[in-house]
Ligand binder design. Structure first.
Ligand SMILES: Nc1ncnc2c1ncn2[C@@H]1O[C@H](COP(=O)(O)OP(=O)(O)OP(=O)(O)O)[C@@H](O)[C@H]1O
Length: 354
């Protein structure tokens, strides 16, 4: 993986990543007129790489994943490019699209109970899925399913195969869903809040299983989450999303140590810290959806550093130092944002503290 390359340039033509989304814009019909839910998403994921797509509710994370699977709501208008290993996903003919969805890309959801038939056993779900998608004989499918269950840490596979979904805990069922996702030998896994419903220990185990799958099978992983700490721990790079736009893409450590976008800095400052209640700060205002923002910077309304230029002109995602950032003032504010990301305490411009 060439992290530096995928981080610092919008042009990844030298090494085609597994997934490349470029300037994606999505409008969906709401009450008969188009509403923009994605303004501008640019994102790459290399094989063997985990990228965290982080942002508040409504920022367009799931819609981005749906665009990658070409599963957008009816009537959606799409601009920009979505490529899988160089192939234009928007242009795939129906047969190729079915094949792509069935075996190149797999999705893991927040609530596994909502994505499995409660009336059928875990064995039926896993084995029949594999028989249908990969067209392998039942006996071979059963053997492979047991191997996969072992790979996701389920030791007593034969017993689990006879059980119904309601007999398994949330964590165990999420492992089954990961096994189901791996069964089709996909190139890309999209995990949409896969651990939100789980306790912290199980959450860590599920992330470890996903990371191992990524490293041993060379998968590309997109982890969608609102949890910056989780994404930072699990992913190689983070893409921060706000109101339908990716506003910063950076290595996890780089982002945490030195955010360059005021929204990233605000999110970091808003993380709760054990034993330090006084430190908790929130980003003032409420999260906006893509269709609620004006022509300027998507974050302008909540940004403590907003200028007339920010309101008038939307900043594009551009390379700066080791990352991509969409902020007119990124150079000026560089290094100062962590000191007072929302100007909450001092009300002063943090550049004066430099
Ligand atoms: N089928 C739909 N029809 C109309 N609007 C939709 C539809 N699905 C999502 N939206 C809107 O699109 C925007 C982006 O939604 P999306 O689900 O991608 O956000 P998200 O970042 O994944 O949020 P969450 O973390 O809550 O899942 C939101 O404003 C949402 O209300």
């Amino acid at each position: 993986m060439n992290t530096l390359e995928t981080t610092t340039t919008l042009d990844d033509t030298a090494v085609e990543p597994a997934v490349a989304i470029e300037h994606l814009k999505v409008q969906i019909p709401v009450d008969g007129s188009p509403a923009t839910v994605i303004h501008d998403v640019t994102l790459t994921i290399a094989r063997g790489e985990a990228v965290g797509l982080v942002g508040e509710s409504g920022s367009g994370k799931s819609m981005t994943a749906r665009a990658l699977m070409r599963l957008l709501p009816n009537g959606a208008q799409v601009e920009g490019e979505v490529r899988f290993e160089g192939e234009d996903v928007q242009a795939m003919p129906p047969r190729r699209l079915r094949e792509y969805r069935a075996s190149s890309i797999a999705m893991i959801y927040q609530n596994p109970h909502a994505h499995i038939n409660p009336l059928r056993t875990v064995g039926d779900f896993l084995v029949e899925g594999l028989c249908q998608v990969k067209r392998v004989p039942r006996r071979d499918a059963e053997r492979k399913v047991l191997e996969l269950l072992a790979a996701v840490g389920i030791a007593d596979g034969p017993r689990r195969l006879t059980q119904y979904p309601h007999e398994l805990s949330g964590g165990l069922l999420q492992r089954v869903m990961i096994a189901a996702a791996l069964a089709t030998e996909p190139d890309v896994i999209l995990a949409d809040e896969p651990t939100t419903a789980l306790d912290v220990t199980t959450q860590e185990e599920v992330i470890a299983i996903l990371r191992e799958a990524l490293e041993t099978r060379g998968l590309a992983l997109l982890l969608i989450t609102h949890d910056l700490d989780l994404a930072g721990a699990a992913c190689d790079r983070l893409a921060v999303m706000y109101a339908g736009q990716v506003v910063e893409v950076a290595g996890g450590d780089a982002l945490v140590e030195r955010p360059l976008h005021p929204y990233s800095a605000g999110l970091l400052a808003a993380r709760p810290e054990l034993g330090n209640r006084s430190r908790l700060r929130t980003v003032p205002g409420r999260p906006a959806a893509g269709f609620e923002v004006g022509d300027g910077c998507v974050f302008a309304e909540r940004c403590a550093f907003v200028t007339d230029h920010c309101v008038a002109e939307r900043p594009a995602l551009r390379p700066l130092h080791d990352r991509l950032v969409a902020c007119h003032r990124a150079e000026e504010l560089d290094g100062a944002l962590l000191a007072d990301p929302v100007r909450a305490e001092t009300g002063a411009d943090p550049r004066e503290e430099l």
